[in-house]
Design a binder for this molecule. Structure first.
Ligand SMILES: [Zn+2]
Length: 406
């Protein structure tokens, strides 16, 4: 039985506006053709896939496998909330649920935006369009882009692809290929244009393909590597190129006056431990690093970094749907150790509005649980819990990314 403080706080939280630090919201075209299958495919449930040997054609086997995982639990809650039913999704009602989803999106091409605004109460969101860097997917009133750096950090030659199969030389055929200084000028102009057009942050998800430990890099080595066929470049020289480029982007983030969002945890697993990023945090004391995903499973390392460094904030994006119980434990710690409770934010990290609503329900649960426990333990009173509810649901993210909500 939830406590009286939990019920009071939950009622407050579910009525508050929402600002998200991170989404991969799909385009109008994709949303218009949404089905249950397509929604699952573009979700963490689908991303993680089936166990080896599982029958991909059996919906019953798929549901039996994933039903108790947090990703599925919150996706199902999101679909139920948006489409107004309470039964579990089963192999028997799958087609009916899918048809209900399709009808809603086919009848109203703006349904996906209406859901975010009306069911999710989203006011603004930072959008990471890794398939088209710098895009607001045609909805600048809701989405402001983050400027992804991954392919520029990774790729020194058209044959080198990053973990999303991107290379700058395919996306930007005009990018200089001969002279490294010209190439860097091209990148600076590109990012400056994105910033002028409304981008509010820089973003690295390079932890999916290399460790978070970045040395300072070396411009001469990077210039020598640039344009070389990959089979002629040593692993060490490649690493130095990546380090130089990453540091170059840190300098550019300072010039463009944007925070740098960093994927930590759950990338290439051992290399994505948040503490590996400490030397970079120390190298740029003036640059605001937003550490994502509570560095799962190392959420205490994020707390340690935020305790010691003033230029770090803790973003619980994705965390509540990875593990709500870990997110509860982490948020307790983050509130306790943060230099300021202004430094904790959240995003859904999803591709569809139904999944975003499910992730929001998970975040509301985490926030209400932690704040109510803190009130019930006498750590702070209800008035402070209410202040924090406003900060965690929208105020902190709006401040960090410069959104004016008035
Ligand atoms: Zn993401």
């Amino acid at each position: 039985m939830p406590s009286e403080s939990y019920r009071t706080l939950y009622r407050l939280i579910e009525a508050l506006p929402v600002v998200s630090s991170h989404e991969h919201h799909q385009t109008d075209d994709f949303q218009r053709q949404l089905t249950l299958d397509r929604m699952i495919e573009k979700s963490y449930v689908g991303w993680r896939g089936l166990l080896p040997g599982a029958d991909p054609s059996s919906r019953g086997a798929f549901l039996a496998q994933c039903r108790h995982s947090s990703y599925f639990v919150w996706l199902e809650k999101g679909i139920q909330r948006v489409h107004g039913f309470s039964e579990k999704i089963t192999a028997d009602n799958w087609d009916e649920v899918s048809a209900r989803i399709s009808r809603a999106h086919a009848a109203n091409p703006a349904a996906h935006i209406d859901i975010l605004r009306e069911v999710g109460r989203y006011r603004r969101a930072v959008q990471d369009t890794y398939w088209e860097y710098g895009s607001d997917v045609g909805h600048p009133e809701l989405f402001a882009p983050t400027m992804r750096t991954d392919m520029f950090v990774r790729c020194f030659h058209p044959d080198v692809l990053d973990h999303d199969a991107n290379t700058p030389f395919a996306h930007y055929p005009d990018a200089p290929r001969e002279d490294f200084a010209d190439y860097l000028d091209f990148l600076q102009a590109l990012f400056t244009r994105w910033r002028s057009a409304g981008a509010v942050a820089m973003k690295s998800a390079s932890a999916y393909e290399r460790p978070l430990a970045y040395g300072a890099g070396d411009r001469a080595v990077a210039a020598a590597v640039f344009g070389q066929p990959p089979e002629t470049v040593s692993a060490q020289a490649r690493g130095t190129y990546e380090e130089f480029m990453f540091n170059w982007f840190c300098e550019l983030a300072l010039k463009l006056e944007v925070p740098f969002q960093i994927h930590t945890g759950l990338g290439q697993l051992a290399g994505s431990q948040p503490l590996l990023f400490e030397s970079t945090i120390a190298r740029y004391p003036q640059l605001h690093f937003v550490l994502f995903h509570m560095g799962y499973p190392w959420y205490h390392e994020i707390a340690g970094l935020a305790h010691n460094y003033a230029n770090v904030s803790m973003d619980m994006v994705w965390a509540p749907i990875i593990s709500p119980s870990a997110a509860v434990a982490a948020l307790h710690q983050y509130l306790e150790v943060a230099r300021s409770s202004d430094l904790i934010a959240w995003g859904s990290d999803t591709w569809t509005s139904e999944d975003a609503v499910g992730a929001l329900l998970a975040w509301q649960y985490v926030v209400a649980t932690v704040l109510a426990q803190k009130v019930d333990d006498g750590y702070f009173d209800m008035a402070e819990a209410e202040v924090l509810a406003h900060k965690l649901m929208y105020r902190n993210a709006a401040r960090i990314y410069g959104f004016d909500l008035t």
